[in-house]
Design a protein around this ligand. Structure first.
Ligand SMILES: Nc1ncnc2c1ncn2[C@@H]1O[C@H](COP(=O)(O)OP(=O)(O)OP(=O)(O)O)[C@@H](O)[C@H]1O
Length: 116
């Protein structure tokens, strides 16, 4: 598995993203929010810096959700039982996604404000 071609590894990465979109409600919500943000930006046409920031925010939210889903899946597989520490870990993972999502909302609103 170590020395596979770049194309194969890229395929695995894309499969991981598609799997998350298919199996995670939140990933689909983030995808819909990203499409909405890009559509509104395309309509209002803020400057390039706002485009760069919103694209970065979208990538960060998706990456955070992928990490959240992957770690949750791993935890549930290794330790399916209820445990208070697992609850805290999952809450912190959700907190990570929330932090990036709030930053994305702020960037989206300020980017739109810049076009007024
Ligand atoms: N094994 C567990 N032990 C203790 N608390 C848990 C456990 N699993 C989940 N919880 C608590 O329930 C909350 C929701 O957990 P869940 O696994 O449903 O996460 P979720 O992000 O809502 O899931 P999904 O991504 O499937 O919507 C966690 O944030 C945590 O507080």
């Amino acid at each position: 598995m170590k020395n596979q071609s770049f194309i194969k590894k890229l395929g695995y990465a894309i499969n991981g993203f598609i799997y998350a979109v298919k199996t995670e409600h939140n990933m689909r919500r983030h995808l819909a929010a990203a499409i909405l943000a890009v559509a509104v930006f395309a309509w209002r046409q803020p400057s390039a810096i706002w485009w760069a920031l919103i694209v970065l925010c979208i990538a960060l939210v998706w990456a955070a959700e992928l990490i959240n889903s992957a770690v949750e899946g791993l935890i549930d597989h290794l330790h399916p039982e209820i445990h208070p520490q697992i609850g805290h870990i999952k809450d912190m993972l959700a907190g990570m996604v929330l932090v990036f999502s709030l930053a994305a909302v702020v960037v989206g609103v300020l980017g739109l404000y810049s076009t007024l």
